[in-house]
Write a protein that binds this ligand. Structure first.
Ligand code: PLP
Length: 354
């Protein structure tokens, strides 16, 4: 049996997706060729990327709303600079909710003026700032929907009169939102969609008109859109596997269904963190992420005992990020409820035997 995989990224994928992906590496479409050795311009692969692009819009319920989906390379981190290169003409507004937002801000500053509308750095990013205002004269507003490292999540998005851009790397396809509020959404595949190597970028076609700067071709959204996400060789394996995960999600009932499962998993774990006197949650309760739960031990002397216990229970990947310490349990779409139960059982066993 597979381990209970709480890894923050790259992360757990559905077993049937891994099975199908591995078969395609050996023999794709029963054509006695591997997925990774055929031309990316051949019809079988063009069908894959077109399906993947379509499924992304369909799952987010923004088909026929003027959006296009791209599978680009360079990770979500490349988007930090690509967004600013293309769209930051004079100044932009950013919400700073953690490490990834801070990195996006650092890159954008190279291209123009930057207004940090609010930051939760004062409390080590353990909450989501509220009651900030976004100026009307900026090129766009950028935010990060889920703070993967600290474990906080935006439950609400501000009403803004400028284009809204969101890094949804670690909670895309996990919950219902009005995705049509956003002009650009991006997500590195390896958190909730597929293997590392591709980044989903969803962009409103009207927004492309805002590009004024001369942008090198590889970093130019317009060119990637014109070339149907095939300006150069895409990451064929990452795109194919992402397509399989999106099909898996659609067959289960889409975001409507998975949101219910994700809420159950998060409630199970947070209830235990709050009930068990040996554990403390890191993030303000109202801003807790359903994807990444961060917690600490109330008594550090129990660390070696707890670490031994969860490893024995075949749990993987709950050590906290090096900048936060403690523990982080990532509960992405493919993580089953019984894996969260396995972790809760270990926490209760620690309480009984400590
Ligand atoms: C992991 C992560 C990134 C960085 O992704 P890369 O693909 O490694 O560049 C950016 N933003 C968020 C929210 C993340 O969780």
């Amino acid at each position: 049996m597979k381990k209970h995989n709480f890894s923050a990224g790259p992360c757990i994928l559905p077993e049937e997706v891994l099975q199908k992906a591995s078969e395609a590496v050996v023999n794709f479409n029963n054509d006695d060729l591997s997925l990774v050795e055929i031309s990316h311009r051949s019809q079988p692969f063009v069908d894959v990327i077109e399906k993947a692009r379509h499924l992304a819009l369909e799952l987010l319920n923004i088909e026929d709303k003027g959006y296009t989906a791209l599978f680009l390379q360079g990770g979500a981190s490349m988007q930090f600079l690509m967004i600013a290169y293309n769209f930051l003409n004079t100044k932009a507004a950013y919400l700073n909710t953690g490490t990834w937002s801070s990195k996006a801000i650092k890159e954008a500053k190279l291209f123009g003026g930057l207004i940090e509308v609010a930051s939760s750095k004062d409390k080590n990013f353990t909450y989501i700032p509220k009651n900030y205002s976004v100026p009307n004269d900026v090129d766009y507003f950028h935010c990060t929907s889920n703070n993967t490292i600290y474990g906080s999540q935006m439950l609400e998005f501000p009403e803004v009169e400028v284009p809204m851009i969101c890094d949804m790397s670690s909670d895309i396809f996990s919950r219902k939102l009005d995705f049509s509020k956003f002009d650009l959404i991006y997500a590195g595949a390896q958190k909730n969609m597929g293997p590392a190597g591709t980044t989903l970028v969803i962009i409103k076609e009207d927004f492309l008109k805002q590009i004024e700067r001369e942008v090198p071709s590889m970093l130019n959204y317009k060119i990637h859109v014109e070339k149907d996400s095939m300006f150069h060789t895409p990451s064929v394996f990452a795109v194919y596997t992402s397509m399989l995960t999106m099909e898996w999600l659609k067959d289960l009932g889409g975001i409507d269904f998975i949101e219910g499962v994700n809420n159950k998993k998060a409630a199970l774990l947070y209830n235990e963190i709050d009930r068990n006197p040996l554990f403390n949650g890191v993030v303000a309760k109202e801003d807790r992420s359903t994807m990444n739960a961060t917690f600490t031990l109330s008594d550090e002397n129990l660390k070696s005992k707890f670490d031994l216990m969860w490893k024995e229970a075949r749990i993987n990947g709950i050590n906290g990020h090096r900048s936060v310490g403690g523990y982080r349990a990532s509960m992405y779409n493919a993580l089953p409820l019984f894996s969260v139960q396995a972790l809760v059982d270990v926490m209760q066993e620690l309480e009984r035997t400590a």
